[in-house]
Design a protein around this ligand. Sequence first.
Ligand SMILES: NCCCC(=O)O
Length: 243
Amino acid sequence: MTEKRPVIGITLDLEDGGEGQYSRFKWYAMRENYMSAVSTAGGLPIALPLFPQLCADYMPLLDGLIITGGAFDIDPTLYGETHVHPTINLRPRRTQAEAAYLAAALQRDMPVLGICGGMQLIAVALGGSLIQHIPEECPIALPHEQPNPRDEASHSVTITPNTLLARCTANRTRIGVNSSHHQAVKTPGRGLINAVAEDGIIEGIEDPAHSFCLGVQWHPEFGIDPADKALFKAFIQAAGDSA
Ligand SMILES: NCCCC(=O)O
């Protein structure tokens, strides 16, 4: 008998729709490599719609949760700031739904992987805060919106030894990553920092209070470094173990 694949819920983006798009009406979106990275690592990916009211119904179907990234930002009031940088683009419905999925998963100690904006959401849920716009708050930072394609690396990150991320990546200490974000984690709240870029920008966090709650600022679904595939494998393994 073949072993059951851990079921991994992956949050969807929601587009407004319009002329020249997939539909003139609202449509859900997800880059294909989120799903293929999960499938290649041995998981069974399913897409999660933005229905916070159905989150409790989805939870028993899932063994793990991935919170994806996207071209939108978390409302700064959620991390205690009244100033809102003019570059900030809010999608309240998406944030509300992803926060509900995250809270429900953590309450069950279900493995969670946050990617880019997903890591930023984990930081905020753990009581942390965000840099609202890197070029303004950290003018000497590297370009974190890379000009080259996202299936190429743009800078390296140093992984903190003795962390969950280090264990997931066979104790690699430095890896090349892609970079596509204008915000970053400023403080990790109750989380621990597990990866940092050369310029000091936080690139990964994890919550030691949970079996597997880990976020990375880069996009490992592109599989640029072998560590990216190892991270997905470790996440799927953890989801299978908790099933
Ligand atoms: N804030 C959402 C994730 C991407 C970005 O920081 O630009």
